[in-house]
Write a protein that binds this ligand. Structure first.
Ligand SMILES: Nc1nc2c(ncn2[C@@H]2O[C@H](COP(=O)(O)OP(=O)(O)OP(=O)(O)O)[C@@H](O)[C@H]2O)c(=O)[nH]1
Ligand SMILES: [Mg+2]
Length: 237
């Protein structure tokens, strides 16, 4: 089995971290927790768990700058550690740890980038309110239309990259911080000619802890999508 590293960004995920790390324990992966100095002590808890669980590592960052910079730091560390597959996933159980082997299997079957997709046939979302559904589905539809791509779930954060994808796309050029980061990485992979495959997942709302989604994050996605298309049209991406 190729060496797989799950990058797990955390900000105030104290209640979720330990169950999540334990749930990933039998999946044959290494886990890199990327914590942005969570005020609730998630980073210290991660250090403690890393001494007990040999498949866990921790990357501490000084301050919260959004998901994008946290993931980029995690990707760079995973690449330096010789990972062949690099996964992204949320630490709030919206993404089911039991799906990790399915993402890895799709990559082993030949995909360069696998997306855990809520909007692919067979995918679904549980217990989200009406507004959240509209915003999410509308966001993916908007990005799909403006970017002219066939991907159904562009904003999800449950993904598995082959090493060569992250080595090829220009990580230094990515400035997206929130959902836009997910859109941008997938768009860059498509532009790079990589094979992107969606596999259906069932997504559930978090039970513990609070959402970090904000208006600023949603607004960033709205303006970055046309900016990405423009950059592509100008041959800059
Ligand atoms: N390191 C780091 N992690 C973050 C940051 N923002 C969010 N996260 C983590 O990224 C994951 C997704 O964040 P959520 O707050 O669940 O955001 P979301 O999934 O877009 O929104 P909800 O569906 O409302 O939960 C979680 O594991 C968070 O702890 C950040 O700035 N830095
Ligand atoms: Mg979440």
């Amino acid at each position: 089995m190729p060496r797989a590293v799950v990058c797990l960004p955390t900000y105030n995920e104290r209640e979720n971290l330990e169950p999540m790390l334990r749930a990933l324990g039998d999946k044959g992966v290494r886990v890199l927790v990327v914590d942005d100095s969570s005020p609730d002590g998630t980073g210290e808890l991660a250090d403690r768990l890393a001494t007990e669980l040999d498949y866990v590592g921790v990357l501490h960052r000084e301050r919260k700058e959004g998901l994008g910079p946290a993931y980029l730091a995690g990707f760079r560390r995973a690449l330096a550690d010789d990972a062949e597959l690099i996964l992204e996933m949320d630490c709030d159980f919206s993404h089911d740890p039991a799906d990790v082997p399915r993402l890895i299997a799709a990559a082993e079957d030949g995909a360069d980038l696998v997306l855990g997709s809520r909007y692919a046939p067979g995918g679904s979302i549980g217990d989200w309110g009406f507004l959240r559904r509209i915003v999410s589905a509308g966001g993916s539809w908007y990005a799909r239309l403006l970017l002219g791509v066939g991907i159904r779930d562009l904003t999800g954060g449950f993904k598995c990259y082959r090493r060569r994808v992250l080595e090829t796309i220009d990580l230094d050029a990515i400035e997206s911080k929130g959902y836009a980061f997910q859109i941008e990485t997938t768009f860059r992979a498509l532009r790079g000619g990589f094979r992107v495959v969606e596999i259906p997942i069932h997504f559930v709302d978090r039970k513990e802890g609070g959402s970090k989604m904000s208006r600023a994050i949603a607004a960033e996605a709205v303006w970055r999508v046309p900016a990405l298309r423009l950059a592509a049209l100008r041959g800059r991406l």
